[in-house]
Design a protein around this ligand. Structure first.
Ligand SMILES: Nc1ncnc2c1ncn2[C@@H]1O[C@H](COP(=O)(O)OP(=O)(O)OP(=O)(O)O)[C@@H](O)[C@H]1O
Ligand code: NI
Length: 360
């Protein structure tokens, strides 16, 4: 089998703060194959953004520090790259799109000028050819009258249109991987849906992989081939999106799914508070909030990711999936939930994430 495009292994990214060491990403492993969409999902503070920004070292360091792990991208360990090599990767192979498109565009230059610059960074073409290519890209991302709007400035575009421009700029470099961190969270529902459609179409056209961050399982259902469920700096579960939605293995995933509109008796929220990132619980980090927690969940390290339902590609980090426990306990509750009507809606969001303002 071919190597995955991106493979993150036992990544640890911590922050030194006056309150102590924030264990933002604390032993996270996942992979992204060429041409697939992997969604990172989890409540606010789980470490999704830090995991993504560790890949190309976009994080402020200090206070951030990669304290361990490997990040292999197309055969090369990015943790070993010089800043120059990394900025090359960032510009040409891996593109980032953030929640707030405002931050990605320079208000002083026209949209076209910024696109031309992005194109010429990637390809040695004349200004005129770059302009043509830029207009083509604006048209592709759904900007009407692209040739006219090419010369306009960012403030003349609505939020959704700005995000389309940012996506066009990301595509200018023809990246192999697009990292999109909550790219639609700041937009209204209709615009959000059309941007998700656009990303799905582009992915199919270009055989580009997408690492997509969201706290919204409705969005995961729209986008993901595979999903990685994070909680308090750890991966709780990962697998094919159908497996994870149909037979969620970790009690945390089960709880997240019960919060989804249209699932379960009525909308629930997960009881209990999110852990302190400088002093997370021992054992399974979810154990203080877990309805199934037993003594073995409390001490030691987070359980390893073990196959769930004898499926090597669907894994959960829960003691019930190791040899000494009976998985029926946690699977019965999942089966109950699956028996409920499972109409999904991306009309609403949930997960305790602040959707207003800011880039993160
Ligand atoms: N620059 C920083 N300095 C200190 N701590 C940080 C910094 N950036 C992130 N953190 C901490 O790292 C942890 C993970 O944050 P991260 O932004 O990755 O969460 P997230 O899953 O992306 O959440 P959200 O859904 O709110 O975006 C949090 O506890 C956060 O406070
Ligand atoms: Ni985030």
């Amino acid at each position: 089998m071919n190597e995955p495009l991106l493979s993150v292994n036992d990544l640890r990214t911590h922050f030194e703060t006056s309150d102590g060491t924030v264990l933002a990403v604390d032993g996270v492993s996942f992979a992204v194959e060429r041409g697939e969409t992997v969604c990172l999902v989890g409540e606010s503070g789980s470490g999704k953004t830090v995991a993504c920004e560790s890949i190309t070292k976009l994080l402020p360091m200090p206070p951030g520090k990669l304290v361990g792990g490997r990040i292999d991208f197309d055969g090369r360990d990015l943790t070993d790259c010089s800043p120059g090599q990394l900025s090359d990767v960032r510009g040409k192979r891996i593109a980032h799109v953030f929640q707030n498109p405002q931050g990605a565009l320079d208000p002083v230059y026209s949209v076209g000028a910024q696109l031309v610059e992005a194109i010429r960074l990637h390809r040695d073409v004349s200004k005129r050819a770059a302009r043509e290519r830029g207009i083509e890209l604006l048209d592709r991302v759904g900007i009407p009258e692209a040739a006219v709007r090419f010369d306009e400035y960012p403030h003349e575009f609505s939020g959704g249109m700005k995000q389309r421009v940012v996506i066009a700029m990301a595509l200018a470099a023809e990246p192999d991987l697009l990292i999109a961190d909550e790219p639609t969270t700041a937009l209204d529902v209709t615009t959000q849906a059309s941007i998700l459609d656009l990303l799905n179409d582009i992915k199919a056209e270009r055989d580009m992989a997408i690492l997509f961050v969201t706290h919204d399982l409705g969005v995961v259902a729209e986008m993901a081939d595979r999903v990685v469920v994070m909680y308090a700096g750890k991966v709780m579960e990962r697998g094919d999106v159908h497996d994870v939605f149909e037979t969620p293995a970790h009690p945390y995933t089960q709880a997240l799914l019960r919060c989804l509109p249209g699932r379960g008796e009525r909308r629930e929220t997960i009881g209990g508070g999110f852990p302190n990132p400088t002093d997370p619980p021992t054992g399974c980090r979810f154990h203080p909030r877990c309805p199934h927690a037993v003594e073995d969940c409390i001490g030691g390290e987070q359980p390893a990711l073990e196959p769930a339902n004898n499926n090597e590609t669907h894994r959960a980090a829960c003691v019930f999936y190791d040899e000494d426990h009976d998985t029926e306990v946690v699977q019965e509750s999942a089966a109950d939930r699956a028996a409920q009507p499972s109409e999904q809606s991306k009309q609403q969001t949930d997960g305790g994430h602040a959707t207003e303002g800011g880039n993160r």
